[in-house]
Design a protein around this ligand. Sequence first.
Ligand code: ZN
Length: 411
Amino acid sequence: MKSAIIERLTRYVTINTQSDPYSETTPSTLQQWDLLRLLEEELKAMGLETDMDEYGYLFATLPSNIDKDVPTIGFLAHVDTSPDFNAANVKPQVIEQYDGGVIQLGDSGREIDPAVFPDMQKVKGHTLMTTDGTSLLGADDKAGIVEIMEAMHYFTTHPDVPHGRIRVAFTPDEEIGRGPHRFDVERFDADFAYTMDGSQLGELQYESFNAAEAVVTFEGVNVHPGSAKHKMVNALNLATYFNQLLPAEEVPEHTEGYEGFYHLMHLEGNVEKATAQYIIRDHDRELFEKRKQQMIHIQREINARYHYQPINIVIKDQYHNMVEKILPHPHIIDLAKAVFADLEITPNTEPIRGGTDGSQLSYMGLPTPNIFTGCDNFHGPYEYASIDVMTLATQVIIGIAQKATETELEQ
Ligand SMILES: [Zn+2]
């Protein structure tokens, strides 16, 4: 299986599928169609039935080969890669039997140094794929695609191995936060699903942040500084004052685990007008709502001191913690954990300090935890994939489909 995975991953990562946050279309870039169409062909060649819509949501079905009534399980991965770093001309390099030392990335002068990336010790002895240092690898999430494709290949070439109805989805624009936007849960028609979009071996994620974005605008009054007393309102000073009233320790650089934060991402302006862009994150829904209230409270307090309303806030929820939608169906997690146990993989269910497509899909009616893919150092030149861990992730997909036929599962 390892050489098939290397061959397939090489084929997919060399197709540039970078998404574009400034595009209004879905998919955001035409180049994502290149991989979607290739996958559609390959799924058909394996004998799966495919259905792709005008937005680039490619679905496929592996029909059940048993008489028993078992749930339909979905497996999802995204075709796009991050807009944060060059994604053109990806030149993968394969390292056999990684010795745990420094990896030179081609002639780029860049290297993966275990002193900087201590987690490299966990993949010592593995076969790795990296870039030549000039681009990202895009194993996020092409590793997930490879694992799903290899699992489907396994089932179509081992018709004696029992499985229920399997649905596959390859989707665009995850990296720009629009993965589930046009995902038709009804058309997908699965009882539950897993995104193959995690990182290190053992990750099984079903707790994400609650997430919102806040855009705060500050309206100033510009007067000549020489005669400004009691007249000028400096929008920049208002903005920095507003920010100071937020709890100084509750920022990404001082938080971890279940601790939430306010993150000032962008600040610009002049005396007349300033704009501050924040993201708000918390695993706990109540604390999340309180954070939003806190910002509004500060806004009102400051505004009350002026004869006009200098501060305006627009807060938009982005996604919610999927745990609320997954815990009522514990068998989805138990099934994955049972397969992990068979493969002697220790599950790591630490909460994600972020979101996945599953965070939104779970609220759209498709409970969708996230499983490891075996790649790490995403979105930049130091990205790598462990072919050994990818092999295990493929076995997890096969195992989940197979195990679901053994036990009576509530739907
Ligand atoms: Zn991803």
